[in-house]
Design a protein around this ligand. Structure first.
Ligand SMILES: Cc1cc2nc3c(=O)[nH]c(=O)nc-3n(C[C@H](O)[C@H](O)[C@H](O)COP(=O)(O)OP(=O)(O)OC[C@H]3O[C@@H](n4cnc5c(N)ncnc54)[C@H](O)[C@@H]3O)c2cc1C
Length: 485
């Protein structure tokens, strides 16, 4: 097969790239490893089924390190946008200024990015819910008010959300604007070809060019076939972990895969006196950002399974009897540690992730837990169960507040994350960047990265908005250099 531009991956970065290029009349092919699913049959199923269909490795992608961290990402038509919660942020002004200072990142001031954010916000109908808060949000708002902390409803790409509590297993109503329902149909209408069940194994190099890729395609009968796709230009948008992994498998390693960043997240379950039924409604939609960008707090996806998992660190099955009165919340930190993306040693082509928490991460998680637990107690929670092994439930402000001055035991932390980035940082500093400010990989005439892996450092907010705005900016920059076809 031949194509003018090959886009690898159909998530936030890949879909945006494919749409903008196809719209400009470029011949675009997208190769997506995951499957294209029938929403009516596959979305909104139970967690185990949902993970089987929509997640990489059925949701089992640990980040190794002295404190292992549970990580998941999407692998399907639309990528992680199909399983995310749709929370939307623009990259904070201060974070952009830091990227400029640390990476010499060009063309990325709030003003320069504003039209790209505005485009994405319109395309995804990003808005506030406009409805009364569900109980799990209402109690969080009550706690924040008692603490006198500002708690903002985060806009979401989910207008008309029916509160089915299915974000993480694919929105069955189509309210959440994952790429499968928002940008990819537009890209296809503009002429882009999207081939699913096609995992790119290697980029093919010749001189200073990438001439195409080798992809393993799964046929309808389950057989696998290796195919070659020739391309004039290649955009790698395989997500925060697979983009660096693919480049490294191809032997492109310069500042690639050495700077994985994440938002480490500590969850708690809170038990209230009143009925919350958090498993029956959309997750809490407020975030406290008083302590941002280093620390933020909000609501977590909550099902009986998630409750059991969170409580399992200090297991007492009787606690689950009160599940009707429970809801899940998190504290997330702008991780200052650093991770790596590497190929597994087993020769199976799989990706291995490592991350070491920085001391600052532990301090911020400790402070964050102190504040989150205090807020929840002020909201009326009787007990707060943190995912810290060996820690008794927090039942008083005194027990909560001690973590402002003490550190949580690192080895007892059960952490998770769904936000990864920065393993191929962009910018003009050749001593630390894998690609230039617009995603072009140096030394290669026609190779680009355009997904979460390009964010120079952790954004400190939910990243999809940043990924889409940067991806669009880069795609338009590429077009301006391409000239008339
Ligand atoms: C559970 C969850 C909740 C989240 N909640 C939010 C939220 O509320 N708000 C927010 O802003 N962000 C959220 N995020 C993060 C956000 O979804 C991601 O930052 C964003 O989707 C990253 O975009 P991307 O294009 O880099 O990667 P992805 O969207 O993950 O897309 C990458 C795609 O590339 C494909 N791919 C990988 N390797 C190959 C290969 N070799 N060949 C072909 N295809 C390949 C993958 O299958 C995948 O479909 C969440 C993420 C998760 C997992």
């Amino acid at each position: 097969m031949k194509t003018q531009v090959l886009v690898i991956g159909s998530g936030a970065g890949g879909a945006t790239t494919a749409y903008e290029l196809a719209r400009a009349g470029v011949d675009v092919t997208v190769l997506e490893e995951g499957k294209r699913h029938d929403r009516a049959k596959t979305y909104g199923l139970g967690t185990t089924e949902g993970m089987k269909h929509l997640y990489r490795r059925r949701g089992m992608t640990p980040i190794l390190g002295r404190v292992p961290i549970g990580y998941v990402e999407g692998s399907c038509f639309g990528g992680s946008t199909e399983i995310n919660s749709g929370f939307w942020h623009r990259t904070p002004r201060e974070v952009l200024a830091r990227w400029q200072a640390q990476f010499d990142l060009e063309g990325a001031s709030p003003e320069e990015l504003a039209p790209h954010f505005a485009w994405a916000e319109e395309a995804l109908s990003v808005s506030l819910s406009g409805r009364p808060f569900e109980k799990s949000t209402e109690v969080f708002a009550r706690g924040a008010a008692a603490m006198d902390w500002a708690a903002h409803e985060v806009p979401r790409a989910a207008t008309g959300c029916k509160s089915t509590n299915s974000c993480a297993v694919g929105c069955p109503t189509g309210a959440k604007q994952g790429m499968s329902i928002s940008i990819l149909p537009r890209a296809e209408a503009a002429g882009a070809r999207v081939l699913t069940s096609a995992r790119v194994r290697l980029l093919i190099k010749q001189g200073s060019r990438i001439t195409g890729v080798l992809a393993e395609v799964e046929l309808e009968d389950g057989a696998r076939k290796l195919v070659r796709v020739d391309a004039e230009h290649v955009f790698v948008c395989a997500g925060p972990t697979e983009t660096p992994a693919l480049l490294r498998r191809t032997g492109i390693k310069f500042h690639v895969g050495d700077t994985l960043r994440i938002h480490p997240m500590l969850k708690v379950v809170a038990r209230f006196r009143e009925r919350i039924a958090a498993y029956d409604s959309v997750l809490p939609v407020l975030q406290v950002r008083e302590f941002s960008p280093e620390v933020s707090m909000g609501g977590a996806f909550f099902t009986p399974g998630h409750a059991a998992l969170s409580l399992s660190d200090n297991w007492d099955p009787a606690r689950l009897d009160a599940i009707e009165n429970m809801a899940g919340y998190y504290v997330a930190v702008r991780g200052r540690g650093r991770g790596q993306v590497r190929s597994s040693q087993l020769g199976d082509g799989e990706t291995m992730l490592r991350y070491e928490l920085a001391e600052e991460d532990v301090v911020n998680l400790s402070n964050g837990l102190a504040r989150l637990a205090t807020l929840l107690l002020a909201a009326g929670a009787e007990e707060v169960y943190p995912t810290v092994q060996g820690m008794a439930p927090i039942t008083s402000e005194k027990q909560a507040i001690r973590w402002l001055d003490e550190r949580l035991p690192r080895s007892a932390l059960s952490l998770t994350t769904v936000h990864a980035f920065s393993a191929c940082p962009i910018g003009e500093r050749t001593d630390r960047c894998a690609a230039d400010s617009y995603g072009k990989v140096p030394r290669w005439d026609n190779l680009y990265v355009n997904d979460a892996s390009m964010l120079p450092d952790s954004p400190g907010v939910n990243p999809q908005g940043s990924v889409m705005a940067f991806a669009r900016r880069n795609a338009l920059h590429f077009l301006s250099r391409l000239g008339p076809s």
